[in-house]
Write a protein that binds this ligand. Structure first.
Ligand SMILES: Cc1ncc(COP(=O)(O)O)c(C=O)c1O
Length: 401
C-alpha cells in the first residue's frame, strides 16, 4: 500500500497498543490490573451531563462557529483568568476536539518543513509524532532523574544555540513523569527565552489542576507576561473535569495565532461537537469542591502507590508533583539474563509483567526514556495495592527463580 512520506517517522501509539493487549486479556476472562490508563476513572460530573442532554433536547444539533461557541470562549477566558491570574479575552481562545487537536493545530500553524522543535525528554508521545506530521524536525533535550526530569536554563540555552528551534514544547505537570516547573524555575527559563525572540513556546498545562503535596501550579504567562505573545497555552476538559470522551480542549494564545489555528481547524474538524460544548460551559460553572474532591482522591491514591512501591526492592521513583502518573525506575530489572528470564529492556519488562503478573504498565521507551515504566494511579486503592503486589512478586521471580 502506498503511504505518504510524512508517516515514515510516526508509529501508532505504543500506549494504546499495550492498553489494547491488556483489554484483550481481560476479555478472555483474565483478571488484569491496568496501570496503563491515561484518563480519570470517575464519571463526568452529573451537571455537565445534564447540560449536554438539555442542549440536545433544545435542538442544539447544528454547527457552531469553528473556534467554539462565543459564550464558551468567553467563559474559558474568564475561568483561565480567575484560576491563574492571567488577563484573557475571548478572542485569545479556541475550542477544539481535545487538547490533542489544539496542540496539533498550534504546531501546524507554525512549523514548516525542516523547522526544529525542542522537546525535553521524557515527553508525551504525541508531541514528536505531531511535529513529524507537520514536516518539522525534533531535537530532544535530555533531562535526568537526578534533576527531577526538569530542563535547566543551561540545558535550554545550549539547545537553543545549537539547534535554533522555532518552537519549544513544555508540559507541566508532565505526562509521563508527574514532575512540574515551579515559579522559581520558570523565572530562570523565561530569562533564557527572553534572549531568543524567535522561539515560540507551547505550554501544555492539561494536568494543572491535579497537583499534590502543596505544589502550586503557576502559568508561564503569569511568570513572564512579556513573553505572552509567544506563548501558546494548551489545555482541555479531559483530565481535570474527567471528560476524556467528550473530546474538548482549548488553547489560549495571541489572537493572530488563534485565527491561524481556526483556519486550520476549519478545514479539518470544523467545530467541536455542539452539545459537548454546552456541557463544557456547565463544567466551568461547577463548584470548585467537585474538582477538589477528585484531586483529593488522586492524592490518596498517589500516597498508596508510593507507599507500595517503596516496598519493592530495586525500583525507585521521584514522587510526582502532579498529573496521575508515577515514573518508575526499573533499570535494575533490564539487561537481565537469569534462569528462565531474558529481559533486555523496559519493553520486555512491561510484556513480562503483563504476561506473568497480569498487570499492564507502559514502557518508558514510549516516552523517550528507556529503563522506566509509567504507572497511572487513575484506579482505585484496592487495585493499586493488588497490582503493585503482583509486580513485586513478578520482579522477585526475575531475581530469585
Ligand atoms: C500531556 C498531555 N497533553 C495533552 C493531552 C490531550 O488530551 P485530550 O486530547 O484528551 O484533551 C494528553 C492526554 O493524554 C496529555 O497527556
Amino acid at each position: 500500500m502506498k503511504k505518504a512520506h510524512r508517516l515514515g517517522q510516526v508509529q501508532a501509539s505504543l500506549t494504546l497498543a499495550i492498553t489494547a493487549k491488556a483489554a484483550a486479556m481481560r476479555a478472555e476472562g483474565l483478571d488484569i490490573v491496568s496501570f496503563g490508563a491515561g484518563e480519570p476513572d470517575f464519571n463526568t460530573p452529573q451537571p455537565v451531563i445534564d447540560a449536554a442532554k438539555a442542549a440536545l433536547d433544545a435542538g442544539m444539533t447544528k454547527y457552531t462557529p469553528v473556534a467554539g461557541l462565543p459564550a464558551l470562549r468567553a467563559a474559558i477566558a474568564q475561568w483561565y483568568e480567575k484560576q491563574y491570574g492571567v488577563e484573557t479575552t475571548a478572542d485569545q481562545v479556541i475550542v477544539g476536539v481535545g487538547g490533542k487537536q489544539v496542540i496539533y493545530n498550534a504546531i501546524m500553524s507554525l512549523i514548516d518543513d525542516g523547522d526544529v522543535v525542542l522537546i525535553p525528554t521524557p515527553y508525551w508521545l504525541s508531541y514528536p509524532a505531531m511535529v513529524h506530521l507537520a514536516g518539522g524536525r525534533v531535537e530532544f533535550v535530555e533531562t535526568s532523574e537526578e534533576e527531577a526530569f526538569l530542563m535547566t536554563p543551561a540545558m535550554l540555552e545550549s539547545a537553543i544555540q545549537k539547534h535554533h528551534p522555532k518552537l519549544l514544547i513544555l508540559n507541566s505537570p508532565s505526562n509521563p513523569t508527574g514532575q512540574a516547573y515551579d515559579e522559581a524555575i520558570l523565572r530562570t527559563l523565561a530569562e533564557v527565552l527572553r534572549k531568543y525572540p524567535d522561539v515560540t513556546i507551547l505550554w501544555d498545562n492539561i494536568y494543572a489542576h491535579l497537583t499534590y503535596d502543596g505544589f502550586k501550579h503557576v502559568e508561564l504567562s503569569k511568570v513572564a507576561p512579556d513573553l505572552r505573545e509567544r506563548i501558546i497555552t494548551t489545555s482541555g476538559f479531559s483530565k481535570s473535569f474527567s471528560m476524556t470522551g467528550w473530546r474538548l480542549g482549548f488553547a489560549i494564545a495571541d489572537p493572530e495565532r488563534i485565527k491561524a489555528m481556526t483556519t486550520i481547524q476549519s478545514h479539518s474538524t470544523s467545530n467541536a461537537t455542539s452539545f459537548a460544548q454546552a456541557g463544557a460551559l456547565e463544567a466551568l460553572k461547577l463548584d470548585t469542591s467537585v474538582l477538589e474532591e477528585m484531586r483529593q482522591t488522586f492524592a490518596r491514591r498517589r500516597s498508596v502507590m508510593l507507599e507500595c512501591i517503596a516496598g519493592i526492592p530495586g525500583v525507585s521513583c521521584v514522587a510526582p508533583k502532579g498529573a496521575f502518573y508515577v515514573f518508575l525506575n526499573c533499570k535494575n530489572y533490564c539487561n537481565i539474563e537469569h534462569g528462565l528470564h531474558w529481559i533486555q529492556n523496559d519493553l520486555d519488562l512491561a510484556k513480562y509483567i503483563l504476561e506473568e503478573g497480569h498487570v499492564a504498565t507502559i514502557p518508558g521507551s514510549a516516552f523517550g526514556a528507556p529503563g522506566y515504566l509509567r504507572l497511572s494511579f487513575a484506579l482505585d486503592e484496592e487495585s493499586i495495592r493488588k497490582g503493585i503486589g503482583r509486580i513485586a512478586e513478578a520482579l522477585d521471580k526475575v531475581m530469585n527463580e
